[in-house]
Design a protein around this ligand. Structure first.
Ligand SMILES: NC(=O)c1ccc[n+]([C@@H]2O[C@H](COP(=O)([O-])OP(=O)(O)OC[C@H]3O[C@@H](n4cnc5c(N)ncnc54)[C@H](O)[C@@H]3O)[C@@H](O)[C@H]2O)c1
Length: 100
């Protein structure tokens, strides 16, 4: 069984990944570190992605934007019916705040 978590490197997403993994599920995390793009390097969640990849054996990261329909389609093509749960936690941030 597979769980798909978007915003997986974020505060809530990373906890959700650990919860699903503890229940024995494989977890696909979708996160493109949009926080760094929007707020600068200090806001990056790449450290959290690194922790998940190191600590959660059943975690697989996909660095794609949730608006990338082809990217999402490819995940569903690969995992298809095994995806039993989708948790959407990526807070959509568009553009660089303060520069537009
Ligand atoms: N943290 C809270 O206390 C809280 C409370 C209530 C609701 N929420 C909601 O829960 C959701 C998650 O909150 P959080 O605190 O974990 O946020 P967060 O900012 O810590 O994490 C969001 C993650 O989504 C990723 N992301 C953003 N846009 C993306 C995109 N276009 N494609 C792929 N990834 C993208 C970011 O890189 C980041 O890692 C948000 O919608 C938030 O509004 C949070």
């Amino acid at each position: 069984m597979v769980a798909l978590v978007t915003g997986s490197a974020g505060l809530i997403g990373a906890e959700a990944v650990r919860l699903f993994a503890a229940k024995g599920m494989d977890v696909i995390g979708v996160d493109n570190d949009m926080r760094a793009y929007s707020f600068g390097p200090d806001a990056s969640t790449s450290w959290s992605r690194g922790q998940l990849e190191k600590q959660v054996r059943s975690y697989h990261h996909e660095h794609i934007d949730i608006r990338d329909l082809e990217g999402l389609k490819s995940i569903f093509q690969r995992y298809g019916q095994s995806i039993k749960s989708v948790l959407q936690l990526s807070l959509l941030m568009i553009g660089r705040l303060g520069t537009h």
